[in-house]
Ligand binder design. Structure first.
Ligand SMILES: O=C(O)CCC(=O)C(=O)O
Ligand SMILES: [Fe+2]
Length: 321
């Protein structure tokens, strides 16, 4: 295998002048009267820059409630395995069953859900199903839940794309088209994130680069966030947690959405307390994975998997297509 270092860096990429890195869209929820307009602006921002800052996407009292439900689980977290994260970083996982407020208000946030549906719905159009021409729609699902707690003294995490988990590899594109992405992330600041304490670095526009191009630190920007501010990011955008030079931890909660027919990065069926999942609204249970991806993926006994949680439920009668 050729060493990765032989790949070109951004400065050598043939297609675009690296100085044409787009600005990061920075939207303030409080200045929008309409959630639909906000959602459309986020979608446009993501298409152009690969990420979008969304100020005060979660209200202070809700952010505080998520924090109070999740924080007890962060006290005794083990060091992260491997060298993808610095040894001072702690990671919280399986968060849907650890905090109902996180599940309802972050994973289930209506703007986030609409943005995720826009980028992660797959439509298989006009295929021959053995009897007739059919179109099937596969709805998005939860990919993983993570809390990133970067401790004092942590080094910078290397810039990376999160979509390598799904073996995504794309050519250069002049502009974004639907279908390019395998996942999309929502990061919520629980503490302030600053240049000093490890605010995430991003390379705007890198979601459209040829995937052979390596990231360069000079192209990265580091938006700072206040608690309740969020960043949404197409997972093909280069990014990474940063160095923490302060004596306080930096905490960000995240949720990632993927396509219905891809494997979940975090195995939601096994990692969660199923009794807690059952208490969520049915649509959110389905989003956690208890739903078929049409055609044919994910059945249990040739039936709708939601019935495993709720045996008396009618389920989806048209389950296969
Ligand atoms: O902690 C952060 O700011 C980002 C972490 C990250 O990108 C990752 O672990 O995949
Ligand atoms: Fe990442």
């Amino acid at each position: 295998m050729a060493p990765a270092a032989t790949l070109p860096t951004v400065d050598a990429r043939p297609q675009k002048d690296p100085r044409s890195i787009p600005a990061v869209p920075d939207l303030d929820c409080e200045s929008y009267d309409s959630e639909d307009v906000l959602t459309q602006d986020i979608i446009e921002g993501l298409k152009n820059a690969g990420l979008c800052v969304v100020r005060q996407i979660i209200k202070p009292e809700v952010r505080a409630k998520i924090s109070s439900e999740l924080r007890p689980y962060t006290i005794d977290l083990a060091p992260t395995p491997g060298d993808f994260w610095p040894k001072e970083t702690r990671k919280l996982t399986s968060m849907v069953s650890k905090s109902e407020t996180y599940a309802l208000e972050l994973v289930g946030h209506p703007v986030w859900q609409t943005v995720g549906n826009h980028f992660m719905t797959s439509t298989l159009k006009d295929y021959w199903n053995s009897e007739e021409i059919t179109t099937s729609v596969s709805k998005p699902q939860l990919n993983n839940t993570q809390g990133f707690i970067i401790g004092p003294g942590a080094r910078a995490q290397g810039l990376h794309r999160d979509d390598f988990v799904h073996h995504n590899r794309q050519p250069y594109a002049e502009s974004h088209t639907l279908g390019r992405d395998t996942s999309i992330a929502f990061f919520l600041a629980d503490t302030p994130t600053t240049r000093q304490n490890g605010a995430t670095r991003f390379i705007p526009g890198s979601h459209l680069w040829d995937y052979d191009i390596l990231p360069s630190e000079e192209a990265a920007v580091q938006p700072e966030l206040q608690p309740g501010d969020g960043v949404m990011m197409l997972s093909g955008t280069y990014h990474g947690g940063s160095r923490n030079q302060t004596d306080e931890s930096r905490a960000v909660w995240s949720a990632v959405t993927t396509r219905g027919w891809l494997r979940q990065e975090e195995n939601q069926y096994i990692c969660n307390d199923v009794e807690k999942i059952k208490k969520l609204p049915i649509w959110l249970q389905r989003f956690c994975g208890y739903e078929m991806s049409k055609p044919f993926m994910g059945y249990v006994d040739l039936d709708d998997p939601i019935k495993v949680l709720h045996p008396g439920m009618k389920g989806d009668v048209d389950q296969f297509y």
